[in-house]
Write a protein that binds this ligand. Structure first.
Ligand SMILES: O=c1ccn([C@H]2C[C@H](O)[C@@H](COP(=O)(O)OP(=O)(O)OP(=O)(O)O)O2)c(=O)[nH]1
Length: 110
């Protein structure tokens, strides 16, 4: 969805295109690539990749509708350093779902 908006962010910042909770909750409308990343050097039009997840109800959008929200944040520049091993942590290498927290069928954890 075109927005008609172009911005020039200072170096060291990025903007993130987030869905709006109200549209998501009431209409199932979300942003596919949420959050969309707008790089500091980008000078084109900001576009919003909307997805209507409601398979039964179409949604009509009109010019001026507030379809997303833009969050501007400072971002760190990092330098990666190769290491033989990483410092320990409570989680360790436990991956997706390893910390529990929901009672999916047959996967209950104490
Ligand atoms: O929701 C979004 C996400 C990105 N952009 C614009 C700004 C961003 O700077 C540019 C590229 O986005 P991104 O870096 O996510 O794209 P990519 O798929 O990694 O390709 P590339 O960086 O090669 O363009 O597209 C939008 O307008 N809306």
């Amino acid at each position: 969805m075109p927005t008609g908006i172009a911005i020039a962010l200072p170096d060291g910042y990025a903007a993130f295109v987030h869905p709006r909770s109200g549209l998501a909750t009431r209409h199932g409308l979300t942003v596919v690539n949420a959050p969309g990343t707008v790089d500091a050097g980008y000078r084109g039009e900001i576009k919003v990749t909307l997805l209507n997840t409601d398979r039964s109800e179409p949604i009509t959008l009109r010019r001026g509708d507030r379809i997303a929200q833009l969050v501007v944040q400072k971002v760190e520049r990092v330098r990666f350093v190769e290491a033989e091993r990483l410092p320990g942590s409570h989680r360790g290498d436990g991956g997706f779902g390893s910390s529990g927290g929901f009672g999916g069928a047959g996967t209950a954890t104490p």
